[in-house]
Design a protein around this ligand. Structure first.
Ligand SMILES: Nc1ncnc2c1ncn2[C@@H]1O[C@H](COP(=O)(O)OP(=O)(O)OP(=O)(O)O)[C@@H](O)[C@H]1O
Ligand SMILES: [Mg+2]
Length: 258
């Protein structure tokens, strides 16, 4: 199997608290991997460790390896800022810069990287907004504040902002949890489109969503309060939802707990 991301024996800590124990998991290119599991099992923690956002939290650290196309993003030679450019992230709550214009929101990352050419920025903004399926709705109001969009539009704006810098991988942490069902379907359709170009890892509490959008599903669990979260199994989504290997996975997906 070709591997875009290859996680090897990854352990994650918050100070002395061992939050996630020994995750080994590979993500193929142009694939959607869903992380599922009960609250507190470490899904967000693992996701943040994939673009070195975990260590931004004071006292937080990672042990183990995360290879991106064979190169360990945790090796001393690697600049975390460049990792975050290659591996973009979309959060649970849409977080556009509210007073900044729609256009400037999309190109914020490029401007930060020093791009000043207006024409180039306009082109990138249009391409990213088209890619995020938002162009038709905002093309006549690009100068208006990002905060003036609906929740679903704001989330697509954040996706546009993430893809504007042309990342290889997109990490999404419950990207639909603040959205209504129509906006949720719009984002799910978009994920289906984006996976032609990107490798996507999505955390979701919505089993239907995991089944609809992902190719591969990873189930995490924890033995009890204060225990570290663990990866229980990872497999083709179809297999996980029809014939999981462990009883814990079966109980979780059939809604018996969590
Ligand atoms: N900033 C932090 N400082 C200390 N502990 C944290 C921090 N963030 C998370 N944790 C702990 O790490 C463990 C895993 O948390 P995480 O947020 O990764 O879970 P999750 O699976 O994403 O849960 P949810 O489904 O509720 O979002 C939990 O015990 C949590 O309390
Ligand atoms: Mg979480």
């Amino acid at each position: 199997m070709a591997k875009r991301i290859d996680i090897k024996d990854l352990n994650l800590f918050y100070g002395s608290f061992h939050a996630v124990d020994g995750v080994t998991l590979a993500v193929p290119p142009r694939n959607v991997t869903a992380f599922i599991g009960p609250s507190g099992c470490g899904k967000s923690t693992v996701l943040r460790s994939l673009n070195r956002m975990h260590e931004v939290i004071p006292g937080a650290r990672a042990e183990g390896q995360v290879l991106l196309d064979g190169e360990d993003i945790y090796s001393a030679a690697v600049d975390p800022v460049s990792v975050r450019r290659t591996i973009g992230m979309v959060f649970q709550r849409p977080n556009p810069f509210p007073t900044m214009s729609i256009r400037d929101n999309v190109v914020a990352g490029l401007r930060l990287a020093g791009v000043r050419d207006r024409k180039r920025l306009d082109e990138v903004a249009e391409r990213a907004l088209r890619g995020a399926n938002l162009w038709a709705e905002v093309k006549d109001r690009l100068g208006k504040p990002g905060g003036g969009l609906s929740g679903g539009q704001q989330q697509r704006l954040c996706i546009a902002r993430a893809i504007a810098v042309q990342p290889d991988v997109l990490l999404m942490d419950e990207p639909c949890s603040a959205l209504d069902p129509i906006s949720t379907l719009a984002i799910e359709d978009l994920i289906g489109e984006l996976k032609k170009d990107y490798t996507i890892v999505i955390v979701t509490h919505n089993m239907q969503q995991a089944a609809r959008v992902s190719d591969q599903t990873a189930f995490f669990n924890l033995a009890g309060v204060g225990q570290p979260g663990k990866l229980i199994e990872v497999d083709d989504t179809e297999k996980i939802f029809s014939n999981p290997s462990t009883k814990a996975t079966e109980d979780y997906i059939s809604g018996r707990f969590g």
